[in-house]
Design a protein around this ligand. Structure first.
Ligand SMILES: NC(=O)c1ccc[n+]([C@@H]2O[C@H](COP(=O)([O-])OP(=O)(O)OC[C@H]3O[C@@H](n4cnc5c(N)ncnc54)[C@H](O)[C@@H]3O)[C@@H](O)[C@H]2O)c1
Length: 389
């Protein structure tokens, strides 16, 4: 079976490095039964600024215009790791050129754009995937099994959050993530979309919601070349306006009647990375916290009187995606392993023609939630999510 030929777009950035590693590495853990991949091209803005590029993707052609990759007949899969506003135009051009597409989240800036992408992919019979890697940690398959098997009864409440503090310091430098021209929905599409992917994976589709968006720090210092983790910009003379939300609180109602309480923030001072959910049902509940990446807490009403309480459920080698990496439970899978699982699944989909969650259809559902959050915050009112598509 020939290797799937991949072009990684934005290969010098955080996700570009992770995806390049993941496509090159996954057969080491998963073997070649689901196919293999070769990173044949990388697209970057400035190759001279990234001397290790050829080391990370040996033999790959180095391009500076994504259009070249999209037009290349010797590329099967376009892997989009570019800033948010480029997702839609690049994915659309790639699909129209007949390429399979793996796209970082959020799939598009609006649900209408996401709908168009999903429709083009369906019409052309192409494999699509949105890189919501977090729920592909095997521990969440266990959570989903617990929920769908009815073990915790009917789900009544989902509570979810994702908190980071990259902008917790008011002097943290401006970057594209705070720029509404490059990331129109700010924290909502950036981090909210991760929480929404868990909601879709574990509970189902959201029907209506009300949300409040907040800009906590209206201006940030401009420091040339600054990104995540860059030093504070106290000495900067130039300041840029933050033109998208820093944090969001929201309430929602799912189609199945469950309710949701969700918040996410990039200004949660001290929370370097906090992600978690609690799913309450009529017979029990489950709790997940990223501090223990391979462990759920499960409570069951039918445990004997006097023995009730949350017990640990550890993902382990009985799950194939866990076993691929580790022979013992509770050794723990991390962020990059989840992205390796994602790359293995994307390639398996391309090779077999069988789509795997989350496709562009899911990306569209998530963009509908993002749109509704932006509208609700603007109107200060509950918003119903349309059912078209
Ligand atoms: N799934 C996740 O867990 C996760 C985590 C972080 C980021 N993301 C998403 O991944 C995407 C990239 O984020 P990142 O953190 O890697 O950002 P980043 O700023 O580290 O990388 C983006 C890269 O794209 C390059 N670039 C910009 N325009 C380009 C163009 N026209 N042609 C070629 N290269 C171009 C930049 O120079 C930069 O190297 C975003 O959409 C973000 O939302 C997802």
């Amino acid at each position: 079976m020939a290797a799937v030929r991949v072009a990684v777009l934005g290969a010098s950035g955080w996700m570009g490095k992770v995806h390049t590693m993941a496509f090159r590495t996954f057969p080491h853990f998963f073997g070649s039964d689901g196919g293999t991949a070769e990173v044949v091209a990388v697209v970057v803005n400035d190759p001279a600024a990234d001397p290790d590029l050829a080391l990370r993707a040996p033999g790959a052609r180095i391009l500076t215009d994504w259009r070249e990759a999209v037009a290349d007949p010797d590329i099967d899969l376009i892997d989009i790791c570019l800033p948010d506003t480029l997702h839609y135009p690049v994915a659309k051009a790639a699909l129209l050129a007949g390429k399979h597409v793996n796209c970082e989240k959020p799939l598009a800036d609006t649900a209408a754009e996401a709908r168009e992408l999903a429709d083009i992919a369906a019409a052309k019979g192409l494999i699509t995937r949105v890189a919501h890697g977090f729920p592909r940690n095997p521990v969440h398959d266990i959570a989903r099994d617990i929920i769908t098997s009815g073990e915790i009864g009917e789900v009544t409440l989902f509570k979810g959050c994702q908190h980071i503090d990259v902008f917790g310091d008011p002097l943290a430098p401006f970057m594209w993530r705070a720029d509404g021209a490059k990331a129109p929905t700010g924290i909502v599409g950036d981090t909210g979309s991760h929480v929404f992917s868990f909601m879709e994976f574990l509970v189902g589709r959201v029907q209506s919601l009300i949300a409040e968006n907040m800009v906590i720090t209206p201006k940030r210092p401009v420091v040339a070349g600054a990104g995540f983790g860059a030093g504070a910009g106290a000495a900067a003379s130039d300041w840029a306006e933050v033109t998208n939300p820093d944090a969001t609180h929201m309430l929602c109602r799912f189609e199945n009647g469950a309710s949701g309480i969700v918040d996410f923030s990039r200004v949660a001072t001290g929370r370097k990375f906090r992600q978690g959910y609690e799913v309450y049902g009529t017979k029990g509940s489950i709790v997940y916290d990223y501090d223990e990446t391979s462990r759920l807490r499960l409570y069951r009403n039918d445990d004997p009187e006097g023995r009730r309480g949350f017990r640990a459920v550890d993902a382990g080698p009985d799950h194939p995606s866990y076993r691929a990496f580790l022979p013992l439970a509770n050794l723990g899978l991390g962020y990059n392993e989840t992205k390796i699982i994602e790359a293995a699944e994307v390639v398996r989909s391309v090779v077999t023609g069988v789509p795997m969650w989350p496709t562009f259809e899911t990306g569209h559902h998530i963009c509908q939630i993002v749109d509704a959050v932006m509208e609700s915050a603007r109107r200060r009112a509950w918003v119903d999510i349309g059912r078209a598509g």
